[in-house]
Design a protein around this ligand. Structure first.
Ligand SMILES: Nc1ncnc2c1ncn2[C@@H]1O[C@H](COP(=O)(O)OP(=O)(O)O)[C@@H](O)[C@H]1O
Ligand SMILES: [Mg+2]
Length: 583
């Protein structure tokens, strides 16, 4: 991101809080001013109190000093509070804006940009921004002010000594920066090494039965020892650098102060400057040195923030590919009568553009019918659902609903027509009831229970410790495949959309779950349009029509009997599942 870009980015998020920014800047200037004038207070105190030997003047200057200290404390409170507030607020706004944007993006985006990476942009990158906006930026401004103000006051106080300081500061700061960088780099490295140790232990202990079954402990001990020793080596060079840093700081800083005391002290003894002047001078040179050190520290931070800001901006600029049309938005009628049509649909996934997954497929689905899609695994059945829900757009041909190309509809209106039970039912953190209520948050408990009964899920839910209030762990941990699927079916039923899409993953089901789902089928499909991807032909026999899909093509459509009689692929599938007798 160019500098002007990142500035525009920061301004866009900070500008709603102009008032607070102005307040923070005011507090910043105020505190810097007070800190700098403390040096003058010090000078008065020394020259008028101690040197003149007057108790009243000492009282006065100490009183003035205390007032300034209180003012500094109040200013610092305001500065710290306002600046940190702005940092936290802006980060909260950025996080919300990124999430609001990302959750609407087309699913294809998440295949190329893994969820984990986006998560890290939401958490790690925004945290970097927060630390910069909420502290580094203020450190940079404050120390910049102090550096400039300090140098000006040094010159005013004593130009001769100032030239010595100006020569000394780079000599002191340069080695400190040099060692400081090395220490920081090494400590990042040693954190990485520690993380390596952690993941290694996690992996081995997580698979302890395999480790012990193969008597692999000796090799694991050796590997673990290597990792630990590497971590130790990195730490050792870090602490050596750190020890150097500390000694260098002591020698250089205290040495320089000693030099100044010596040079200045000579001037004091010769009566060329007052003792107060020397004290003030030492004070300002300390401030200039500290400010220079602090500035050098935060410059790296600011660069890191520019990187983080660039990544976030990129995410915010990602265009939504599946969106309502800019012009000519069509509306679906309240009641569907014409049904859905695939018209010569061709499709390849954006990640694999040369593998055509659906080829010239045409198929009309009537309102009210139950249509089964059958075919070998990998034929493209689930892909047809993706296309219907417009998770991806077709590469050729079109899909219509009520004669309208689905690309002319608002995706939200299109998706409201469907209730989906996907091949791997997704359950979310929350209670069983919450998961069923997912598509209709306002549903009553009676409606939830009715849906669960229709999906044959009520029985196992009743056996759970808190019934419908039982909390499911992450991703429904602790439920069997069949139970998850029945919950997903209950969810779809409760949504009560006109078209039910069932991607039946009977492979995950035990015989009894499969039987229960099959029992539920007639009630599920009654009075609505259903497209069911059936892996077991037992489900299919009840369908009004069956479409056989193979290698992305529609090879036959008809009833079970028709297909057994005239479609080779279907006949083979039927023979495998029902045995030769039925054929
Ligand atoms: N997200 C994806 N990206 C790329 N290729 C995919 C993706 N999902 C599925 N495919 C490929 O598309 C083909 C059809 O897959 P799918 O529709 O899931 O088959 P089915 O549901 O009939 O078993 C397969 O060859 C599969 O490898
Ligand atoms: Mg599938």
């Amino acid at each position: 991101m160019s500098r002007s870009n990142s500035l525009a980015f920061a301004l866009r998020f900070v500008s709603p809080y102009r008032g607070r920014v102005a307040g923070a800047l005011l507090a910043l200037v105020f505190t810097a001013g007070i800190t700098l004038s403390l040096g003058q207070g010090l000078r008065l105190m020394v020259d008028q109190g101690f040197v003149t030997g007057s108790p009243e003047l000492l009282n006065q200057s100490v009183g003035l000093f205390l007032i300034m200290v209180v003012a500094l404390a109040i200013g610092t409170y305001a500065r710290f509070y306002l600046v940190s507030w702005i940092g936290e607020r802006v980060v909260a706004d950025i996080r919300k804006q990124v999430f609001d944007h990302v959750i609407d993006l087309h699913p294809g985006f998440f295949e190329t940009n893994r969820g984990l990476e986006i998560q890290s942009r939401l958490t790690a990158d925004t945290t970097v921004l927060q630390s910069v906006i909420g502290s580094s930026l203020s450190i940079a401004l404050r120390n910049g002010l102090m550096l400039i103000g300090g140098i000006v006051l040094l010159v005013i106080t004593n130009p001769k000594l100032t030239s010595i300081v100006m020569l000394a500061v780079p000599l002191i700061v340069a080695p400190i920066i040099f060692f400081g960088r090395r220490v920081r780099r090494l400590s990042r490295l040693s954190q990485d090494r520690v993380a390596d140790v952690g993941s290694y232990v996690g992996e081995v202990l997580g698979q302890i039965k395999t480790v012990q079954a193969y008597n692999h402990q000796t090799q694991d001990r050796a590997r673990f020892s290597t990792v630990v020793e590497q971590a130790f080596e990195v730490s050792r060079s870090r602490i050596r650098q750190r020890a150097w840093l500390t000694s260098v700081v002591i020698v250089l800083v205290l040495g320089a102060i000693g030099m100044m005391v010596w040079v200045g002290g000579m001037d004091v003894l010769a009566g060329r400057i007052s003792l107060g002047e020397l004290a003030a001078f030492l004070f300002y040179s300390l401030i200039v040195g500290l400010a220079a050190g602090a500035l050098s520290e935060v410059i790296g931070e600011l660069q890191r923030a520019a990187g983080a800001g660039a990544r976030i901006l990129e995410l915010l600029r990602t265009e939504q590919e599946i969106a309502p049309p800019a012009t000519g938005l069509a509306q679906l009628p309240d009641k569907l009568v014409e049904g859905i049509a695939f018209e010569e649909v061709r499709f390849a996934y954006p990640t694999r553009p040369d593998a055509t997954v659906i080829q010239e497929l045409s198929l009309h689905i009537r309102i009210g019918e139950t249509l089964a899609l059958v075919g070998p695994s990998g034929a493209g059945k689930s892909t047809l659902f993706d296309l219907l829900l417009r998770f991806f757009d077709v590469s050729g041909g079109r899909i219509t609903i009520e004669g309208l190309d689905i690309r002319r509809l608002d995706p939200a209106q299109l998706r409201a027509c469907f209730a989906l039970v996907s091949q791997n039912p997704a359950l979310f953190y929350g209670s069983v009831g919450d998961n069923i209520r997912y598509g209709r948050p306002e549903a009553s408990s009676a409606a939830i229970e009715a849906a669960a009964r229709a999906a044959h899920a009520d029985e196992f839910i009743a056996d759970m410790p808190n019934g419908y209030d039982t909390q499911l762990g992450d991703a429904g941990l602790g439920l069997s495949g069949g139970q998850k699927q029945r919950l997903a079916i209950a969810r779809a039923l409760l949504t009560d959309a006109p078209i039910l899409l069932l991607d039946e993953a009977t492979s995950a089901l035990d015989a009894r779950s499969e039987y229960l789902i099959q029992q539920a089928m007639p009630r599920l499909t009654q009075g609505r349009t259903t497209i069911v991807i059936a892996h077991r032909l037992a489900t299919v026999k009840n369908a009004d029509r069956i479409a056989v899909i193979d290698k992305g093509r529609l090879v036959a459509v008809g009833t079970h009997e028709e297909l057994v009689a005239c479609n080779g692929l279907y006949a083979r599938l039927a023979e495998l599942q029902f045995g030769a007798a039925t054929v």
